[in-house]
Write a protein that binds this ligand. Structure first.
Ligand code: ZN
Length: 132
C-alpha cells in the first residue's frame, strides 16, 4: 500500500525533526500535499495516526496544506499553474484527473500553443512543512 509506505516515511522523518528540535511532544505536524498527487488522504491520515501510536507524535494535530503544481510545455517552454487549466474543466474531467493523474495529458493542453506535450515540474508528493 502506497499510502502506508508514504506515511511511514513521514512519521520517521517527523520524529527525526522532533528529536533535533528537542521536542518532548509534537503538537502539530504540518504537511504539504501536492495538487497532483496519487494518494488517498483518508487512508494516508489513518496510516499516519496508526504509525504515530506510542511515539511523541501520538497526539499531534495533523494539518494539510496544498501546494501549487506547475506545468511546463515541452513544445514552447511556457510554464503555468495547474489550477489555471484545472478550473476550466468540467466535474467529470476534474474527477478523472484526481483519480488517475496520468489523464492530465488528455484533458489539459498548453494554454499558449495547445500542445499536450508538457511536464509536471512541481506539485507531486507529500512534504513535511514543520513539526511543532
Ligand atoms: Zn506550449
Amino acid at each position: 500500500m502506497h499510502e502506508w509506505a508514504l506515511a511511514e516515511g513521514v512519521v520517521n522523518t517527523a520524529l527525526e525533526i522532533a528529536q533535533n528540535k528537542n521536542l518532548r511532544e509534537v503538537k502539530t505536524l504540518l504537511l504539504k500535499v501536492g495538487e497532483i498527487q496519487q494518494i488517498d488522504l483518508e487512508i494516508f491520515d489513518f496510516a499516519l495516526k496508526e504509525l504515530s501510536k506510542d511515539t511523541i507524535l501520538e497526539n499531534a494535530e495533523i494539518k494539510y496544506e496544498n501546494f501549487t503544481a506547475y506545468l511546463l510545455c515541452n513544445f514552447c517552454g511556457h510554464k503555468w499553474a495547474f489550477y489555471e487549466s484545472f478550473n476550466q474543466l468540467n466535474e467529470e474531467e476534474k474527477e478523472a484527473i484526481h483519480f488517475v493523474p496520468e489523464t492530465i495529458h488528455v484533458y489539459i493542453k498548453c494554454p499558449k500553443c495547445g500542445s499536450p506535450d508538457f511536464e509536471i515540474t512541481e506539485g507531486r508528493g507529500v512534504f513535511i512543512e514543520d513539526v511543532l
